[in-house]
Write a protein that binds this ligand. Structure first.
Ligand SMILES: [Zn+2]
Ligand SMILES: [Zn+2]
Length: 246
């Protein structure tokens, strides 16, 4: 399938990317949303972090923005089509190096881009994402096209600096989409095992970002948040009603 996508006309490649992005977004968001509703029934297995009512028309506008974001991701995938060095890494070492370097690059890139989005210049486009104060998986890609472009450009920019295989970028993208949907699930699990603790740390951290604003900009870890003192852990913060961008 990769071989066909690489060699076919750009508009066919675009349609294939769009179908893949939309498919993953709709199926994963629906399943995570459905599971979250089941888990929070009677608060037995878990509960919502933020239970404020949704804004009027929130879900419809989130889905509309998500579809546009998928279109932007698909356009940018055409750039990745020009920059890859091969389809699959030839050794485990090569795979591990690409995964490690891209993870480090993406964590740094996304932290500083997110800080940039909270400056005066990008305040307006980023307010599209912060319209969702109580989030659901559908909120994950409710972003302005400019923000979608900044997110999507991470892969081509990295590919300009380091030789990367298409399969690695593709796997990162799909896992990244699912991870982003999960951290917007607004779900706190009741269990105390390591999985529940880790899950709650991620969802709680991003829920605090939507609830408070200028805290917890990190994506996969909090390294840069600790360095720049933007880490916020206090669960009481979630009771704050001063939502949105500061
Ligand atoms: Zn933000
Ligand atoms: Zn968010």
């Amino acid at each position: 399938m990769f071989e066909f996508w690489i060699q076919t006309d750009w508009y066919i490649a675009f349609v294939m990317s769009l179908m893949t992005n939309l498919g993953v977004y709709f199926v994963a968001a629906y399943l995570i949303n459905h599971l979250t509703q089941k888990i929070t029934q009677n608060n037995r297995l878990g509960q919502y972090i933020d239970d404020r009512p949704f804004k009027e028309g929130q879900k419809i506008s989130e889905i509309k923005n998500g579809v546009f974001a998928c279109a932007v991701f698909s356009f940018v995938s055409l750039l990745a089509r020009e920059l890859f060095v091969g389809v699959i890494p030839v050794s485990i070492t090569q795979l591990l190096v690409e995964v490690l370097l891209f993870t480090l690059f993406y964590e740094t890139y996304s932290y500083f881009v997110h800080r940039l989005l909270h400056t005066k210049i990008f305040r307006k486009p980023h307010s599209v994402h912060h319209y969702s104060v109580r989030t659901t998986p559908w909120s994950a890609y409710s972003v302005h096209p400019v923000e979608a472009l900044l997110i999507a450009m991470s892969a081509p920019l990295f590919m300009l600096m380091w030789p990367v295989h298409l399969g690695v970028i593709f796997a990162f993208h799909i896992l990244g989409v699912v991870f982003t949907l999960l951290i917007h699930s607004n779900l706190k699990l009741n269990g105390s095992n390591i999985f529940c603790q880790l899950f709650n740390r991620y969802t709680g951290s991003h829920a605090a970002h939507h609830s408070i604003g200028n805290v917890n900009f990190g994506f996969v870890n909090s390294f840069w948040d600790f360095c720049f003192k933007t880490k916020y852990i206090d669960s009481k913060a979630l009771e704050s009603k001063s939502a949105g961008l500061d």
